[in-house]
Design a protein around this ligand. Structure first.
Ligand code: UT7
Length: 347
């Protein structure tokens, strides 16, 4: 059975840099608070109308394809991870297929938020191992800036997130490549980091303190005027609860990957953690007793780009010469769902 490998990696971030100080024009916050709590200095925001989640993904994908030495028409399958799609449906995968003039190949959108890229790599790995596909394009892309609450009310969420895209091409290899992938979920706390509307929940799970559903005409139930008036059209997060769970699950799922392959933390050449919060990454580093040169972070420049954060970080680490052939590379993510996972590979 062939193994799979990452044959090319690319990234794209919008030109528009938004500093912490820029945010203080709309939100009661400070550069000091944001840097101290998250490590973020700035993030990118996509152009309001000329850039979408898919157009950013196209730019990242073009670089990944070129580095893998293949043309768009040679891609066999697309896996697109995002929580900020261009449309509620259809997914971004088909828009990418259209924009890149690919053949009539399969396009799968996955919704695993911060773990989206890790889930996507795991799916691609299975398809390659079975011999079904040879060139899989895996992308993570987010345009968060379009749907954040830029008032003080939403500040615990809005200051964290940024826009951008990352992509990889996965191919079969005779050498080592991906050693294993590990995926998990626990829906018990699904609503503590969530954007519940628009949705069909009809308050079944979400006990919203306004009489939105009973009063709304049937066709409006998906996203009623009352929801918008009550700012229920934005993501919400119980940050401290997410933080506490993340610092347990990150080390756990990294150790799971190492143990499965009889490896130790000292064998890791590069850990690319999902860029959720620098404090989380530092906690994980300390817990696993990793040196600075074994972990890559770039949250200071881009904030949390959810499904795009790992491929963007992977791309920058690779471009900086911090990942070399034969290196043991570990990707790990934790986020909304909760979902979490890891990928361990020989580069
Ligand atoms: O990638 C998806 C997964 N997400 C994560 O992993 C996020 C995990 N959680 C976190 O990163 C942190 O919880 C946050 C960065 C979101 C928040 O940091 P925190 O240290 O947990 O702060 P907190 O939510 O406990 O809030 C502390 C205080 C509150 O004020 P009071 O009640 O103490 O007066 C907040 O209202 O900080 C206030 N606050 C802010 N102040 C200035 C919250 N957001 C801001 C802000 N600027 N942007």
């Amino acid at each position: 059975m062939p193994q799979s490998k990452i044959a090319g990696v690319g990234m794209y971030v919008p030109e528009n840099i938004v500093t912490n100080n820029d945010l203080t024009a709309y939100i009661e916050t400070s550069d000091e608070w944001i840097q101290e709590r998250t490590g973020i200095k700035e993030r990118r925001y996509a152009h309001r109308t000329n850039e979408t989640t898919t157009t950013m993904a196209v730019k990242a994908a073009q670089i990944a394809l070129q580095r893998a030495g293949i043309k768009a028409q040679e891609v066999d399958f697309i896996i697109f991870a995002t929580l900020s799609p261009d449309y509620y449906f259809p997914g971004c995968g088909v828009l990418l297929q259209r924009e890149m003039k690919m053949k009539e190949i399969g396009a799968l959108d996955i919704r695993n938020q911060c773990s989206g890229f890790v889930y996507a790599v795991s799916i691609a790995d299975q398809f390659i191992k079975t011999g079904m596909y040879k060139n899989i394009l895996v992308v993570g892309s987010e345009k968060h800036s379009f749907g954040l609450d830029f008032s003080t009310r939403g500040r615990n969420v809005s200051v964290i997130f940024g826009d951008g895209a990352g992509a990889v091409v996965m191919q079969p290899t005779e050498a080592k490549g991906i050693l294993s992938t590990h995926l998990h979920s626990d829906g018990e706390s699904a609503e503590i980091l969530a954007m519940c509307n628009p949705g069909t929940h009809a308050n079944h799970w979400v006990k919203v303190p306004v009489a939105t559903f009973d009063d709304a005409p049937r066709g409006e139930m998906f996203m009623s005027h009352a929801m918008v008036e009550n700012a229920q059209n934005y993501p919400n997060m119980d940050g401290p609860s997410v933080f506490k769970k993340a610092i347990i699950k990150f080390p756990e799922v990294i150790m799971e990957a190492l143990e499965k392959n009889n490896l130790k933390t000292s064998d890791i050449n590069m850990l690319i953690p999902h860029q959720a919060n620098l404090r989380i990454a530092q906690f994980v580093q300390q817990k696993l007793q990793l040196r600075d040169d074994q972990v890559f972070n770039n949250i200071d420049k881009y904030g949390n780009t959810t499904a795009a954060s790992i491929p963007i970080a992977l791309c920058e680490a690779w471009e900086a010469g911090k990942i070399k052939e034969g290196d043991l590379v570990c990707l790990a993510a934790f986020g909304s769902g909760f979902t979490w996972g890891s990928v361990i590979m020989r580069w």
